[in-house]
Design a protein around this ligand. Structure first.
Ligand code: 1HE
Length: 260
């Protein structure tokens, strides 16, 4: 069991699944530095027995974003360093040793949306709503939203959210690509657990390729992207696990597409 001394997160490990809950419900899981640095410690300590991580929020909201009470007078260099601290931790989520699934409900705003965007799959309960109040607070996103969110919803929607304070509800969020799954209230964790079991049953190299290589391919130019893809494909097909899985299919032992 991973041990991190913090009141801002709760951790629960069941088999190969680690569930991290943001745990400042009385502050709507507003993210103070302690919470973000605790997340970093957890991701630094993931070992190879953990095949999937779920991040969720305790209480009535996923997260109200940056803890605004900590937004004290910072000079420009300190402001850069604070944003870069968030970037470092969000990268540890995105490029973790295993895939990360977010379970969303209530407010998923500002830095909360940045945490969600760093995860690989988002499961939203029907109470979820999404906003970037930075636009109205006179600040700017600093936790990676400008890099990750346009890849999910497009630059025009993110610009609209910040210019006008537009709030997307759960149905809209699923339609525009923030969340890949929309479920009834209270069903997010069981859906995420079901997805985590599927993720954990994949070949490790395939999961690694999806979480570490695919984002780099997407950020590459056309020619480099295709070459990276070819190299990854060649490496993956040469792995003993892939050869066994292909043999299992060809000899009728593996599931067909759509069979569960
Ligand atoms: C907070 C925060 C916070 C709540 N920082 N303390 N994020 C925002 O601008 C969102 C601000 N929060 C809200 O709009 C609302 O709190 C919610 C819609 C999320 C929830 O509303 P509600 O009615 O359930 O809760 P509440 O009564 O507003 O808040 C409960 C307590 O949490 C209250 O403190 P209390 O001591 O009076 O009980 C609030 O002050 C406190 N609280 N949100 C600090 N965000 C890497 S850069 C990212 C930049 C950003 O994320 S900017 C976006 C900031």
């Amino acid at each position: 069991m991973i041990s991190v001394e913090t009141n801002t997160l709760t951790l629960e490990q069941t088999g190969n699944l680690l569930i991290i809950s943001l745990n400042r419900p009385e502050k709507r899981n507003a993210c103070n530095d302690e919470l973000i640095l605790s997340l970093e410690k957890v991701f630094d300590r993931l070992d190879e027995t953990i095949k999937c991580v779920i991040i969720k929020g305790n209480g009535s909201h996923f997260s109200a974003g940056l803890d605004l009470s900590e937004l004290k007078e910072r000079n420009i260099v300190q402001g850069l360093q604070h944003s870069q601290m968030w970037h470092r931790v969000m990268n540890k989520i995105q490029f973790a040793a295993c895939p990360v699934v977010a379970v969303l409900h209530g407010a998923v705003v500002g830095g909360g949306l940045e945490i969600a965007s760093a995860c690989h799959i988002r499961v939203a309960e029907k109470s979820s709503f999404y906003a970037l109040p930075e636009g109205q607070r006179g600040i700017f996103v600093g936790g990676g939203a400008s890099v990750r969110l346009p890849k999910l919803i497009g630059i025009a929607r993110m610009t609209d959210m910040m210019l006008t304070g537009r709030v997307f509800n759960a149905e809209e969020g699923e339609r525009i690509g923030i969340a890949q799954y929309l479920v009834e209230e209270g069903q997010g964790l069981s859906k995420a657990t079901e997805l985590a079991a599927k993720i954990a049953s994949n070949a490790g190299l395939t999961n690694y390729a999806l979480t570490h290589v695919l984002p780099k391919i997407v950020d590459s130019n056309h020619q480099e992207g295709l070459m990276l893809e070819s190299m990854m494909a060649a490496m993956a097909q040469d792995a003993p696990e892939a050869k066994q899985r292909l043999k299992d299919f060809l000899e009728g032992r593996a599931k067909k597409v759509g069979e569960s």
